[in-house]
Design a protein around this ligand. Structure first.
Ligand code: UDP
Length: 462
């Protein structure tokens, strides 16, 4: 039958910022392999945001979104303020919801699936690929060190439970000697069965299930990993492809005209001095408590700094009374910023971040130093890498925002006289250069992307 030779099924994970980088990868692959058709399976809510919001357009014609059920019984509503509940309900509906949607796409296209690309969290997908007799290619979106943490969960839990030392290092895990027990994702730091969630149970099987994959794709550049970590991961998987940061296209294109940005962020930044602005964002899920939002507001007011704050609607209501009015000459608050562009604007001097991997990668790729307040998942491991491994930022004292703590961090990064700030500035610029080199057409990421395309194009299990 005529039509595309390859039908690649893509199973996205509709939480946090997992689905967008996977879709970016899919678009790259779909453009490079025109004889393919990609069916993208995701909840309709997440697909609507990815495919049909005004800020996205121009998807290759050979990429088609399909909805999978979110597991919420008809007529029920889950509180948007409780993402873990939605996550657990969704996971309970897997894998059947994905399998049903794949069957629909096969019927509709008349093409059997030739390859299964999935989010790395969706560990049941190996079985689906096995049943379809096609290669399985999981994409690991979070920080690579967190993959090791999940692979070595059993060992870590045994050691942790044996010595109960939260500050102990993870030197018994190859490549994680710089990390502490307390940096681990919550899904690893479980003390007993009663604390297990569907997600933690699923991720604790990483060491058993993920090595069945034909290739693992990393949202990362090999050059940034400790060599020991790369060596260990390479020994565990058939193929490990570090294809670069998936929310960015590097080398960066020139910024678009500022008046094309409907949020007004770029135009506002145009009016500020070079490296003078603090950009603040906590991504799509992290929710600082009211007292920490108040501490940030107080620190910003006391510093007199220009700031651009991406603050989701549900959080803006928690700001101290009168703060917005009092700071309107120096600050701009938006519900969503074109973050990758904002970080590429010369007026931004520091990024106050929750340490989501994509946010941190975007900051490094633009040479912007960071102030970190990690919350959950891989955030604490990333925060430690930012401050102690790469030296490209600082973490707030004791892991929470206080007025004096944030003021000190801002001073370290933004005041000219600060030696540590100068070091951080130098390190982040150097790391940016490493990334730009790795992202060149003959760089490691391009080579790994090519190897990935070979596996998808051949479409046979090995
Ligand atoms: N982001 C954005 N504008 C905002 C806030 C976030 O474009 O106002 C994007 C950001 O550029 C990044 C993603 O949302 O690509 C957040 O991903 P990350 O891994 O940092 O955090 P998560 O949302 O998964 O916690």
């Amino acid at each position: 039958m005529a039509g595309p030779k390859l039908h690649v099924a893509v199973l996205a994970f509709p939480f946090g910022c997992h689905a967008k980088p996977v879709l970016n990868l899919v678009c790259k692959l779909a453009t490079a392999i025109p004889q393919s058709h990609f069916s993208f399976f995701n909840t309709s809510k997440s697909n609507d945001a990815l495919f049909f919001s005004s800020s996205h357009s121009d998807f290759p014609a050979n990429v088609k979104p399909y909805s999978v059920e979110d597991g919420v019984p008809g007529g029920c509503h889950l509180s948007p303020a409780n993402p873990p509940e939605s996550l657990e309900v969704f996971l309970a509906a897997t894998p059947e919801n994905y399998v049903r949607a794949i069957d629909r796409a096969v019927t509709e296209t008349g093409k059997n699936v030739s390859c299964l690309i999935t989010d790395g969290f969706l560990l049941f997908s190996g079985k689906i690929a096995e049943n379809l007799n096609v290669p399985w290619v999981p994409v690991w979106i979070p920080f690579p060190s967190s993959l090791s943490a999940h692979i070595y969960t059993d060992l870590i839990r045994r050691s942790y439970i044996n010595n109960g030392d939260n500050n102990g290092t993870l030197e018994f895990v190859p490549g994680l000697s710089e990390m502490r027990i307390s940096d681990l994702p919550d899904e690893v730091l479980i003390h007993g069965d009663s604390e297990e969630t569907i997600l933690s149970q699923m991720l604790s099987q990483t060491d058993r299930l993920l090595p069945r994959a034909n290739a693992i794709v990393m949202n990362f550049y090999e050059e940034l990993n400790p060599p020991l970590l790369t060596r260990d991961l390479n020994s565990k998987f058939q193929n490990l492809f570090n294809v670069g940061f998936l929310t960015l296209s590097l080398p960066p294109s020139p910024l678009p005209p500022s008046d094309s940005d409907p949020t007004g962020c770029l135009s506002w930044l145009d009016g500020q001095r070079t490296t003078s602005v603090a950009y603040i964002s906590f991504g799509t899920l992290a929710t600082p408590p009211r007292e920490e939002l108040a501490a940030i507001a107080e620190a910003l007011e006391a510093s007199g700094l220009q700031f651009l704050w991406s603050l989701r609607d549900n959080l803006a209501d928690l700001l101290p009374n009168g703060f917005v009015e009092r700071t309107k000459e120096v600050g701009k608050i938006v519900t969503w910023a074109p973050q990758a562009l904002v970080l590429g604007h010369g007026s931004v001097g520091v990024f106050v971040t929750h340490c989501g991997c994509n946010s941190v990668y975007e900051s490094i790729a633009n040479g912007v130093p960071m102030i970190c307040r990690p919350f959950f998942g891989d955030h604490r491991m990333i925060g430690r890498a930012v401050e102690e491994v790469w030296g490209v930022g600082v973490r707030v004292e004791d892991g929470v925002f206080t007025k004096t703590g944030l003021l000190q961090c801002l001073e370290v990064i933004l005041e000219d006289h600060h030696q540590r700030g100068k070091e951080i500035e130098k390190n982040v610029k150097a790391l940016k250069e490493v990334i730009l080199k790795a992202a060149q057409p003959n760089g490691t990421a391009s080579k790994d992307l090519e190897s990935l395309m070979n596996i998808i194009s051949v479409g046979t299990r090995t």
